[in-house]
Design a protein around this ligand. Structure first.
Ligand code: PLP
Length: 384
């Protein structure tokens, strides 16, 4: 038998995720000029919508950058030369905070977690109690590399009562799990377009609390493109300091329409429902989860030791057209990560789990009845 042709592609990596058709079509329209009342009104609608998704009354700025650009903006604008910071490192993205701090010459203290664990808020409190020089805590809401959800509400309850900033990378988490910037007392939150916002990569969002703005006034780290004072000045005129990613902003307007039509809370519940279904599927295949505290954006599944795990995402992609993510660093070959956020929907998950079963079988793992994973998934998804 010759190999079947793979024409259909399914994207279930934890970013980028698929983009809805109505949003893709916007990218094909004629470009409009950004210094016009037409664009200014679109930008205003988007920033108003973003405020609702961040649950803040503060400005939310839209920048032409990937999520890491907003991470860099956060650090460059609230920190000053030589200041001390705490990076909570439980995976790749926590590491990014630590590396960034070093690049800026900050005094970086690292709180190291086992990959797959979430920080215990009491441990954060102990570190802050022991060292009053720490000016800011940098962490994630969802550590995508280990698919682990962090309890930001509890950590914010500690930082908000002292002179310590809490900077939260919510790039993969916003719209997939609950986040209340103002009510929790988060000082800086950053996000990006290619995760639960179901847009192509290229936009970064950032918002700062009132007390974070006080620190911006004192900050002396070098910055130009990411100087948030320029963004704030422009935002007052519904504009941006530099040329915005005009088409992506228009696509964001469409995304927000789709999300508000469903409702933010319902959107989050969909992700939770899909997460539960993927957990059930893994269990039915005799596989365990990597994370001790998994979350709604994506699931990391531990692969059997008996097979070469690095082959699974490769075969799924190249022979079946299904893209999931593998593990990073020491988790390479040990896990696969399946997204259930943004425009990843029930039927996509059926395809992903079916394909996973077939590839596990091909590689010789047979501790499950063919169809068991998809049966468990379907039961969770469709049977009420
Ligand atoms: C995707 C992601 C980012 C942003 O990475 P970019 O490649 O710069 O867009 C940051 N933090 C987390 C937790 C992410 O999942």
């Amino acid at each position: 038998m010759t190999k079947p042709v793979i024409r259909k592609k399914y994207l279930l990596a934890p970013g980028p995720v698929p983009v809805p058709e109505s949003s893709r079509l916007i990218a094909a329209q004629s470009i409009i000029h950004h210094r016009t009342p037409q664009f200014e009104s679109i930008l205003k609608e988007c920033t108003d919508g973003l405020k609702k998704t961040f649950n803040t009354t503060q400005d939310v700025f839209i920048m032409a950058a990937s999520g890491s650009g907003a991470m860099e903006a956060a650090m460059a604008n609230i920190m000053s030369r030589g200041e001390k910071m705490l990076a909570i490192v439980g995976g790749k993205f926590g590491e990014r905070w630590a590396k960034m701090g070093e690049a800026f010459g900050l005094d970086v203290q690292v709180m190291t977690l086992e990959w797959g664990s979430a920080p215990d808020p009491d441990d954060v409190k102990k570190i802050l109690d022991a060292d009053k020089n720490i000016k800011a805590v940098f962490t994630q809401l969802f550590e995508t590399s280990t698919t682990t959800l962090f309890d930001i509400k509890a950590i914010a309850a500690i930082t908000r009562t002292r002179d310590v900033m809490l900077v939260v990378d919510a790039v993969s988490a916003l719209l997939a799990t609950t986040f209340e910037m103002d009510a929790w007392g988060v000082d800086v939150a950053v996000c990006g377009s290619q995760k639960a916002f179901m847009l192509p990569p290229g936009l970064a969002y950032i918002s700062l609390s009132e007390r974070a703005w006080d620190r911006v006034e004192k900050s002396d780290l070098p910055k130009f493109y990411f100087n948030l004072k320029a963004y704030k000045k422009s935002a007052a005129k519904n504009s941006t300091p530099y040329t915005p990613a005009v088409m992506l902003v228009q696509q964001l307007k469409e995304t927000l329409r789709i999300i508000f039509e469903r409702g933010v809370e319902a959107n989050i519940q969909d992700c939770v429902h899909q997460m539960n279904a993927v957990h059930a599927a893994a269990k039915a295949l005799g596989l365990k989860l990597l994370s001790k505290n998994p979350g709604p954006p994506a699931t990391g599944i531990l692969l059997p030791d008996s097979i070469d795990g690095a082959k699974i995402p490769k075969i799924m992609r190249d022979e079946y057209g299904v893209t999931v993510a593998g593990g990073q660093e020491h988790l390479k070959g040990k896990i696969i990560r399946i997204a259930h956020m943004g425009h990843v929907e029930f039927t996509d998950l059926v395809v992903a789990i079916t394909t996973l079963e077939v590839v596990l079988r091909k590689l010789g793992y047979d501790k499950f009845e063919l169809g068991a994973g998809v049966a468990a998934l379907t039961k969770e998804l469709y049977v009420v």
